[in-house]
Write a protein that binds this ligand. Structure first.
Ligand code: FAD
Length: 302
């Protein structure tokens, strides 16, 4: 059980792919580790995880439960609560939760993931099922469906081209008029896809399980799978701002490949900016391991 008077070697905020991977490695290093997190992970709405070694087809909740029990077996302690703010002194870092008090550690690892700002038109229960933002993780599960990619510009056309092999009927709805005339748009049309310069206004779930999308211009498109662009993701800046961390041009904390931030006691890991070398769930987990390694070394070497 977590006690506020305990001094932890490492406090990890966020029990997703990155935070749990880091916590397990640090626990195995016999570090005193506290994980503070909410239960909802980015991929929680999906039925299964894909492209994750040894876990294809497993419900996300099962994967996290196994990782949590692995971490606990190495002495990692959990507090399921929201962290509201964080502050540091010269020799410690403290996080404050909504209902469980505050906790102090030698090092702090932020693994809070991005925030998804979902379009209001997505019908209840469809995010992570029929609507998603990645052309790799859940596309095969919709093989043969009508694919519609939705977004502002070039990325939406790229997503459509990446989904070409799954669908005979493929439509890219782009709100940026310039994108409609770009070489990628020509390539998509040559591959049998359709490019619509418009914006989705609403969507309803049909009895078939498909979505009926209606655009601002009144066009109706039936979709068995909808792929949004990654513009829906924004950095989770709550704790980086509270700690005064330097941010990169995408608004995520500026870090080294090992998660070191501009603050010597604070590390940041997990899903972050589009130019990150880490990709999808396994990439987030790998970045967690890299940060855990650096924290271990910093604790050991001073
Ligand atoms: C619908 C969907 C399906 C996906 N499916 C796949 C897939 O099949 N395969 C794949 O490889 N990738 C998939 N992804 C991508 C994958 O989920 C992410 O790359 C991965 O979850 C990122 O891990 P993370 O640890 O950085 O963040 P997260 O998994 O989001 O973990 C962050 C954790 O921090 C917690 N948190 C945030 N702020 C606070 C706070 N202030 N206080 C306390 N806790 C906080 C959150 O609640 C969460 O538990 C999917 C993404 C989505 C959106």
């Amino acid at each position: 059980m977590a006690r506020q008077e305990d001094q932890y070697d490492v406090i990890v905020v966020g029990a997703g792919a990155a935070g749990l991977s880091a916590a397990i490695m640090l626990g195995r290093q016999k570090r005193r580790v506290l994980v503070v997190s909410l239960k909802n992970r980015r991929n929680s709405p999906a039925d299964r995880v894909n492209n994750v070694p040894f876990a294809h087809g497993t419900p996300p909740a099962e994967v996290y439960q196994k990782m949590e029990s692995d971490a606990a077996s190495y002495g990692v302690v959990f507090v399921w609560d929201e962290v509201l703010t964080a502050r540091s002194t010269t020799d410690s870092v403290t996080v404050e939760t909504i209902g469980s008090g505050s906790f102090t550690g030698d090092r702090l690892l932020l693994a809070t993931g991005p925030v998804d700002d979902l379009p209001e038109w997505i019908p209840e229960g469809q995010w992570g099922k029929t609507v998603f933002d990645c052309p790799y993780c859940h596309t095969l599960e919709h093989d043969g469906a009508n694919f519609v990619t939705v977004g502002t510009g070039e990325e939406t056309l790229q997503h459509a081209l990446l989904c070409r092999q799954y669908s005979d009927r493929l439509t890219a709805v782009v709100s940026d008029l310039a994108a409609e005339k770009s070489p990628l748009a020509e390539r998509l049309k040559a591959a049998g896809g359709e490019v619509v310069a418009d914006t989705v206004r609403s969507a309803t779930t049909l009895q078939s399980g498909e979505l009926l999308l209606v655009t601002e211009a009144g066009l109706e498109i039936t979709a068995g799978a909808v792929v949004l662009d990654t513009a829906i993701q924004r950095p989770n800046q709550l704790l980086p701002k509270a700690l005064g961390l330097e941010l990169n041009p995408y608004g995520f904390p500026r870090t080294t490949l090992f998660g070191q931030t501009s603050h010597p006691r604070v590390y940041n890991t997990g899903k972050s900016n589009p130019s990150s070398p880490y990709f999808a769930w396994t990439g987030a987990a790998a970045s967690g391991l890299n940060a855990a390694r650096k924290i271990s070394e910093d604790l050991a070497f001073g």
